[in-house]
Design a protein around this ligand. Structure first.
Ligand code: SF4
Length: 431
């Protein structure tokens, strides 16, 4: 069968694996970032709720005769089936499911699918894939020219996260126990990617150092992984961005410095202990600061991500975040308006939270009043500006940067309000 896999705008990793599986089963598979398909069946991979509202994606889905949606949006399939004209949704991990759906159509015999039948949504329980090793992914010719935050591609080394952060879909989609690929399976894939011209690879997923996790962090497995990948790619071409502060120590950070581009990204989220508790982050501002200082002392640069506008965030909590940034002197800062992703505890919390108290809907009356931002957007914008000021060597914010930050904060506010509207529409299914 002729199958087209569409991964809009960027090649994410899941579609490459599914492409490899379908190809091995004898299908003729094309993978593209454009919204086009000449396949008898189309797989559409979507990672964000906002994509469900994109008019181009909606039009494309409607135009395909046999189309199935997969990816993180599958966590709440009722929303996907309600918003897009598609034949079925793959709700969990797709490896064992996609070929059966493509070849025979969705049915209640296949685990982890949702589809309409006689006016109702039929859903079957997803099953986690174990073991995780898989066939060679389908590597598109132009993967080598993709640039996603400096990498051509993000690869997967393991699934699951021990954390239970309320805003995150990783533990809800992949579970809270860790399943790792074998080192050889990962290295074979990276060698093939290199042969196809891919030079810069990032390791994706919640916490890089959980690779090989058994009953505790398996430092040896993680360090061997980095060293082996660096031997293939060269250390300047490898990054392991995402780390939890409680799963790093000197040895791990030393390996990051030695075998990768030498950066880590910590999900710090807030400088307020109260907010970290509400987010079930499992860390404290003190632990976060210690981890940043440890990374710096090991010669590793640190990017930190922060969430603003989380339900219950007071001005004092927000000020604590700014104070944290002053102390931590991060090399880079990412600021996000809290997004209640359907299927996460935050989605239910945001729905139940009084709208009048939600910072997304409150006019900002402070220093940026003239910009007509919501309070959540103003905090997001201000945090981006502050991130430039509190670097070791502060960066001057020119007009271009100022406008880009402002646009980014406005876009985030608008997108999250749209997500809130969707949650309201599907409130019986969101969590
Ligand atoms: S935010 Fe990071 S640590 Fe928290 S659950 Fe998600 S992946 Fe795990």
């Amino acid at each position: 069968m002729k199958v087209t896999i569409v991964s809009p705008k960027i090649y994410t990793y899941g579609p490459l694996i599914l492409g490899g599986i379908l190809k091995e089963r004898g299908h003729t598979v094309t993978i593209t970032r454009d919204l086009r398909s000449d396949g008898e069946a189309t797989l559409l991979s979507l990672f964000s709720t906002s994509q469900l509202l994109d008019p181009e994606i909606r039009k494309f889905a409607k135009s395909c005769p046999q189309i199935y949606v997969g990816g993180p949006v599958g966590l709440v399939p009722e929303i996907v089936l309600g918003e897009l004209e598609v034949d079925a949704v793959v709700m969990g991990e797709g490896e064992e499911v996609v070929a059966r759906v493509v070849e025979k159509g969705p049915s209640a015999e296949i685990p982890g699918v949702a589809f309409h039948q006689e006016g109702k949504v039929v859903k079957t329980k997803p099953e986690p894939v174990e073991p995780l090793d898989h066939v060679m992914p389908l590597i598109p010719e132009d993967l080598k020219s993709q640039n996603v935050r400096g990498a051509n591609v993000y690869i997967e080394t393991h699934r699951g996260c021990l954390g239970g952060c309320t805003f995150c879909q990783v533990p809800r989609f992949f579970g809270r126990s860790i399943r790792s690929r074998s080192l050889e399976n990962i290295l074979d894939e990276v060698r093939e990617m290199k042969r196809m011209g891919v030079s810069r690879v990032a390791v994706s997923g919640g916490t890089g150092s959980l690779f090989g996790y058994g009953k505790e962090v398996n430092k040896e497995a993680f360090i061997t992984l980095l060293r082996s990948l660096a031997e293939i790619l060269g250390p300047r071409n490898l990054s392991v961005p995402d780390m939890r502060v409680d799963f790093v120590d000197e040895e791990i950070l030393e390996a990051v410095r030695r075998y990768t581009i030498g950066w880590v990204f910590f999900g710090i989220e807030s400088g307020s202990e109260k907010m970290l508790k509400k987010m079930k982050k499992g860390t404290t501002p003190e632990k976060n600061l210690e981890a940043v200082e440890l990374a710096h002392s090991c010669g590793v640069k640190v990017g930190g991500s922060f969430i603003v506008g989380y339900p219950g965030e007071s001005e004092e909590d927000y000020q604590a975040t700014l104070d944290f940034m002053d102390e931590a002197m991060l090399e880079d800062v990412f600021s996000s308006v809290a997004e209640p992703i359907p299927g996460t505890p935050l989605a239910r919390l945001a729905l139940d939270y009084p709208k009048g108290e939600n910072l997304l809907y409150q006019d900002h009356l402070g220093d940026y009043r003239a910009l007509k931002l919501s309070e959540a957007e103003a905090r997001c914008f201000n945090l981006m500006l502050h991130g430039q000021n509190c670097k070791l060597i502060p960066k001057i914010v020119d007009d271009r940067m100022y406008s880009a930050f402002l646009e980014e904060a406005r876009t985030q506010g608008r997108d999250v309000r749209r997500v809130m509207d969707l949650l309201e529409k599907y409130k019986d299914h969101v969590a």
